[in-house]
Ligand binder design. Sequence first.
Ligand code: G6P
Ligand code: MG
Length: 222
Amino acid sequence: MLKAVLFDLDGVITDTAKFHFLAWRDLGAELGVTVDEAFNEELKGVSRIDSLERILAFGGLADKYSTAEKEALCTKKNDHYLELIQEMTPADILPGILPLLEELREAGLKAIVTSASKNAPGILELLQVKDYFDGIVDPASVAAGKPAPDIFLAGAELAGAKPAECIGVEDAASGVEAIKAAHIPAIAIGDAEVLAQADRVLADTSDLSLAVLRDTWEKATA
Ligand code: G6P
Ligand code: MG
């Protein structure tokens, strides 16, 4: 039986992906690295420090900065990101998400946030949806980030469910890879080619519903 839904945040619950992109693009420009939208796709779902490492490697700067300097660059990116998201309100919840959370609550299914973002709790407060969730996995508590399965396995545990009793919702290729590595059925939102590993790809969050989650889960676990 499907017992829990494991939600990515950025690009699933709300469109913070555009703000991460702007903050990385500006930091990249300062470092002399061009972060365009195609390259940004590879940063989705990837932790802050790993994103910086990828940008530095992309620009041929992998060995240029010390650990302390990299931490300072991450802080700079995050300060800019926090400025950009401060204006977020419940109006920024993506279409279909609130009705889905209502449906899950009504049906007694658990909803867990499995985001790589250390900003997730603050963003859920801004969106005023924190109460809909039964737990938020602290990304700092898991050994390896997406595409490793750790955060989704921790999410299942937090829900008190087995991986096979959960379904994961993601917008990033690294996230879908992580869900599948955890042996959890996956629904992806976005480009069917980029997200081909998912059990079902939806064009938009407004296509999400408990019926679609159940149907996907049943087919994936049959
Ligand atoms: C999500 C986003 C990534 C971001 C990561 C860490 O996975 O898709 O773009 O780098 O979270 O976010 P944070 O808010 O901790 O910098
Ligand atoms: Mg995401």
